[in-house]
Design a protein around this ligand. Structure first.
Ligand code: AKG
Length: 384
């Protein structure tokens, strides 16, 4: 299934705000929205205007920037919330209501019949008020809801002919990619509507689940920068980009990829987080090659051990040399970068010295350069 036709709903300013250390000022929200717009995300989801006075004012502030992206807000399934959302002038309203036994009992106390009636009332109300608004209906906790309940709800909503999009949510991060694929496939076949996927990462499947949703025909995926969100968050923007890029670069070529490091850094700084070393694309070791065999392959052709070209993201690869796993190809490459013309025998000897010393302590780049310079001075015709 070709994955060209999807849209990113960037929810750092909604789901991301629910992360433990995330609080954004108005100016920060505008800066984040502007960068995400420059990156090319199609939609930006913002916190409900009902959450707090500034939440409401900030929707208007971001709208006033006249960005290319569509601004959405996320509200409960009530007329009052929907009216507040419409009043802000947003381009789209995302309406959600829980359908799992847990949420029906502890969140709103309604059964499936009541959920359908309420949703029909609220969605009709929104359409009357605002015929052109982008309207989405989603069940919360879709993957702990019974399949029969879900189908009753989605088919009833689809039949109304009022919404642009249906959403499904893996609210507590329990879904397997195969389950996501099946549900999305079923909804696409039965309703013909656009489908959005929102997936939490509690058990580490958020990116795989988003990809499975797209493979099954979903049209929209929710992301946040660095995967911020409730608990340990949702599908990260960079992780989704990495997943799709490695399937086919064309899937993400419309985005301004070199902006990704700046976006990750901005959010990390605001939320006082370190970007994890293992982060997709922007982690500190994402493009560091260490073992001698890897260094040799990458020096011959980076694709030997890289599925992602760091240059596409404005980043550079690093060959780590000063350790006991090093190889002489990496050492030779460093010597060549320094303009030193050392013969193979000398380079192999220096490699052995590095390995021996690094068994106790890794060598710094400067210490390696010193070894190479010293060898160069000792051999005739050292400088190339
Ligand atoms: C969740 O279920 O985790 C949400 O944040 C709501 C998702 C949605 O509205 O699609």
């Amino acid at each position: 299934m070709p994955l060209h036709n999807f849209h990113i709903i960037e929810s750092t300013l909604r789901e991301g705000e629910q992360f433990s250390t995330a609080t954004f000022t108005t100016a920060q929200k505008i800066e984040i929205a502007t960068l995400l717009d420059q990156f090319g995300v199609e939609m930006l989801e913002m916190t409900s205007p009902c959450a707090s006075p500034r939440s409401e004012a900030d929707i208007r502030a971001v709208l006033a920037e006249n960005l290319n992206l569509r601004v959405l807000t996320h509200v409960r399934c009530t007329r009052e919330d929907a009216q507040r959302a419409i009043d802000t002038g947003v381009h789209g309203v995302d309406i959600v209501i829980g359908t799992s036994p847990q949420l029906m009992t502890h969140s709103h106390g309604k059964d499936i019949r009541q959920i359908i009636d309420l949703a029909a009332d609220v969605l009709s109300f929104v359409r009357e008020q605002s015929p052109d608004i982008i309207l989405r209906f989603s069940t919360e906790d879709s993957f702990r809801s019974s399949e029969a309940d879900l189908m009753r709800v989605y088919l009833a909503i689809a039949d109304l002919g009022l919404v642009n999009r249906l959403g499904i949510a893996d609210t507590v991060g329990v879904a397997m990619p195969s389950q996501v694929w099946r549900l999305v496939n079923q909804l696409v076949r039965m309703t013909g509507l656009d489908i959005e996927f929102h997936g939490h990462n509690d058990s580490g499947c958020a990116i795989a689940n988003a990809a499975a949703a797209l493979e099954a025909g979903a049209t929209h995926v929710d992301t946040t920068v660095l995967g911020l969100g409730e608990r340990n968050g949702i599908t990260p923007l960079g992780g989704l980009i990495a997943r799709l890029y490695t399937l086919n670069r064309d899937y993400v070529s419309r985005y301004n990829l070199p902006l990704l490091p700046q976006i990750d850094r901005l959010i990390a700084d605001i939320c006082q987080l370190d970007i994890p070393f293992s982060n997709y694309i922007t982690g500190s070791s994402a493009f560091t090659h260490k073992a001698g065999i890897h260094a040799k392959g990458v020096l011959a052709d980076p694709e030997t051990y890289e599925a992602i070209n760091p240059g596409d993201f404005g980043l550079t690869r690093e060959i780590s040399i000063g350790h006991h796993l090093t190889g002489w190809n990496a050492v030779r490459n460093r010597a060549q970068s320094l303009g030193l013309n050392l013969d193979d025998q000398t380079l192999r000897a220096i490699t052995q010295t590095i390995k021996q010393q690094a068994d106790d302590n890794a060598l710094t780049p400067q210490e390696i350069d010193d070894l190479l310079m010293e060898a160069s001075l000792q051999t005739a015709g050292g400088l190339a």
